[in-house]
Write a protein that binds this ligand. Structure first.
Ligand code: GDP
Length: 301
């Protein structure tokens, strides 16, 4: 991902690198191209404007034109602004990864549209927490609309070698959540991952169901799973979930595809929620930490 944007910016900055000194006009021209490249990479317009304004202010303030290596300096300023916009600077204090600082059992609520990779990501997180953090994990599907989804989660639980909450037909999502938390408490689980139902598009019934479960469970993390391939739609989805349900973090899936990465920048800006993890494949171990600096480097090629 981000390759299209990377190629474009590389072209711009190659041109800058070839020159000995930069004029004001050069900087303006570079920023114009940065702006177009970001727009073409699906970054939302207000986010682009904000980023370019910040870069311009800093470039002028730091007197780029008179510096020893002006092109390098412009690149650094753009890079820093991208890292910041992607959530960098929050440091390595754990804020970027999953927050597990709460009494057990810690409820993690998974939300998102159908097909976003929500169920797969639930399995991936379960595997990671069991193997890396040595946690005892319970997986529960609240998708009463699609029995296949419940079976799919059980299969993933088996693969991840964690427990899946037994399915009881006829229970409401809230009843399943209640049962999961009961089992979690009684059987001393560290983590209870609740995989909610998705829909093909945002609808009020979905939002109401998820909001109801959330109000009842009071999850420590509410993770929104979004498909990076859906570009601007992913941003709109994130906005809707943030407004109607409230999320603590975002997991962006299918970054192994050739999606343009602008969605990451926009989602971060539009929701204020950090991107916590990336899904990079169908396999259960294809879950990556989100590193804003690495992504920004890739953007700049
Ligand atoms: P849900 O409806 O949101 O629960 O979506 P699923 O978890 O069932 O995923 C839908 C499809 O996307 C499945 O075929 C998954 O294997 C696939 N998938 C999930 N995450 C990723 C990912 O990060 N990369 C790729 N390439 N495929 C993924």
């Amino acid at each position: 991902m981000f390759e299209a944007l990377g190629n474009r910016l590389t072209g711009v900055f190659d041109k800058l690198r070839r020159r000995g000194a930069l004029t004001d006009a050069d900087v303006q021209e570079a920023l114009r191209e940065v702006r177009v490249a970001l727009l073409e990479a699906d970054v939302a317009l207000p986010v682009v404007k904000d980023l370019v304004t910040r870069v311009r202010e800093r470039a002028v303030g730091q007197e780029v034109i008179r510096s020893v290596s002006p092109a390098q300096q412009v690149i650094k300023i753009v890079n820093d602004a991208l890292v910041e916009a992607l959530g960098g600077g929050e440091g390595d204090d754990g804020k970027r990864g999953l927050d597990l600082n709460a009494p057990s059992p810690i409820p993690i609520l998974m939300v998102g549209l159908q097909g976003s990779g929500k169920t797969t990501t639930s399995g991936k997180i379960a595997l990671r927490l069991r193997t890396r953090e040595r946690k005892k994990v319970l997986l529960a599907s609240l998708d009463v609309h699609r029995p296949a989804a419940q079976l799919q989660l059980q299969t993933l639980a088996d693969q991840a070698e964690v427990t899946g909450l037994p399915i009881i037909a006829g229970q409401t999502p809230r009843q399943i959540a209640e049962r999961a938390m009961d089992v979690g408490r009684r059987e001393l689980y560290d983590i209870v991952i609740l995989d909610t139902a998705g829909r093909l598009a945002i609808d009020e019934a979905l939002m109401a169901e998820v909001a109801d479960v959330k109000a009842f469970v009071k999850p420590h993390e509410t993770l929104l799973v979004v498909d990076a391939m859906t570009g601007q739609d992913a941003v709109n989805t994130a906005k809707a979930f943030q407004e109607k349900v409230g999320v603590t973090g975002i997991v962006m899936t299918r970054v192994d595809g050739d999606a343009r990465g602008g969605a990451a920048l926009s989602m971060r800006a539009v929701t204020g929620a950090p991107i916590k993890l990336l899904g990079a494949g169908e396999k259960l171990d294809a879950l990556e930490d989100f590193h804003p600096d690495r992504i920004a480097n890739r953007i700049l090629g």
